[in-house]
Structures are given as C-alpha cells and as structure tokens.
Design a protein around this ligand. Structure first.
Ligand code: CA
Length: 217
C-alpha cells in the first residue's frame, strides 16, 4: 500500500516514514502543503498522513483542494488538541485525526484501518478457500500453515485481497506497492506473482493477459 506523508518537521517525517516502511508500506514524502497536494492529485495513494500546520499551503487548504477530485483516506496530525480543530479537520474531509505527540504504532494501526474501510473491508482477516490473509499482522496462512512471503509478495497479495473480485492492472500494482524512490523493473510484478503462486497455489491469483491480475472473492 502506498502512502504519502505531508509533514514539515524533518524528524517527525522521518519517524513516520520509517514506521510505515517497516510495516511494508511504500512511502512518498512532502515537506509542504503545495508539493504534497501536487503528489496527492497525481497519484492514487492508499492513504495520506497530513500535518495541519504546513508551509505554503496549510493542511486545511490541502484537504479542501484534494476533496474536489479525490477521496483518498486522510489521517490528520496536529499539535492542537482542541475539539474545534478536530471538527474542522473532519468537516474538511479528513477521515481520522491524531493529536501530537502520538505513538507511531497507533498511527500505523489507524492508517491500516483507514485503508481497510476505504476498501469496504470490515475485518482484518480475509479468507479465500484455504488461504487466510491477516491484514493486522501481515501474515498469510495456507491450510493453517504460515507461509513465508517477502515484503513485496505480501504487499501484492494484500492489494489483490483488499480488492478481491476486481481486476487490478499492472499500472495499479506499480502505483500501489512501489514508492517514488523505488527502482523497479517492468517484469518484477510477473516474478512476484510467479513466486506467490509457488507458495500459495497456481489458482490463487488469476492472470488476465494484457489486463492484469485478480483474486476471486
Ligand atoms: Ca507542522
């Protein structure tokens, strides 16, 4: 899942990025509201972590403009804990709100929950015949046996599982599992898919030639 962090405090931006990267997210960064908005409008991020007090363009302005075209889930970060600010953020189109200082674990959990909700998935456990994908702890079981997947393989399974029943194009896969700083060769998706099939069974992911991939509901 690909996320955008819009935060002007370098240390905090790094800490948030580190936490999300460790949890298998692809991460893009912006240090002000304007450059953040350009990225947010250009890509379909799975979630955005947005500071409110930002240079050039504030978090409120960012949200207002973003919501004209995109429904990307947004988690607001703010040093202010007053209720009116929270209400203003939620009214402006934020999906959740976290008051600084916060625990990065809680932040990651909230980002995950926003992504699940946006995909219309209520539970963090998804089952496909004998395969169980646990979104909360990022594990995959086949016939009750834990299957060791690489971070990329898991990210691909997670993306297809969240959008089960829908055809996901290669372009979408690149946009959602690789960040702006990732070097990726165009054949990588095929390689990941073939590794996943070896581990989880040939039928788990269906390939539609020239169109993309899907996991059946
Ligand atoms: Ca700030």
């Amino acid at each position: 899942m690909r996320t955008l962090i819009v935060e002007d405090e370098l240390e905090l931006r790094r800490a948030i990025a580190q936490a999300l990267l460790e949890e298998g997210f692809a991460v893009d960064l912006a240090a002000d509201g304007k450059s953040g908005l350009i990225k947010a409008q250009a890509w379909d991020y799975d979630a955005i972590v947005l500071d409110l007090m930002l240079p050039i363009k504030s978090g409120w302005e960012f949200l207002q403009e973003l919501r004209k075209t995109k429904s990307t889930p947004v988690l607001i970060l703010s040093a202010r804990s007053e209720v009116p600010d929270r209400v203003r953020g939620l009214n402006a189109g934020a999906d959740d709100y976290l008051v600084k200082p916060f625990s990065v674990n809680e932040m990651v959990a909230r980002v995950r929950s926003l992504i699940r909700r946006a995909a219309g998935v209520a539970s963090s456990i998804l089952q496909f015949n004998d395969i169980v994908v646990n979104l909360a702890n990022r594990t995959v079981y086949k016939a009750n046996e834990l299957v060791a997947l690489t971070a990329r393989e898991y990210a691909l399974v997670e993306l297809l599982a969240l959008h089960r029943g829908k055809l996901i194009s290669r372009t979408m896969i690149y946009e959602h599992i690789f960040g702006e700083d990732d070097d990726s060769l165009s054949n990588l998706v095929d390689v990941h898919v073939s590794h996943i099939r070896k581990k989880l069974g040939a039928d788990f992911i269906e390939t539609r030639r020239g169109q993309g991939y899907l996991i059946h509901d």
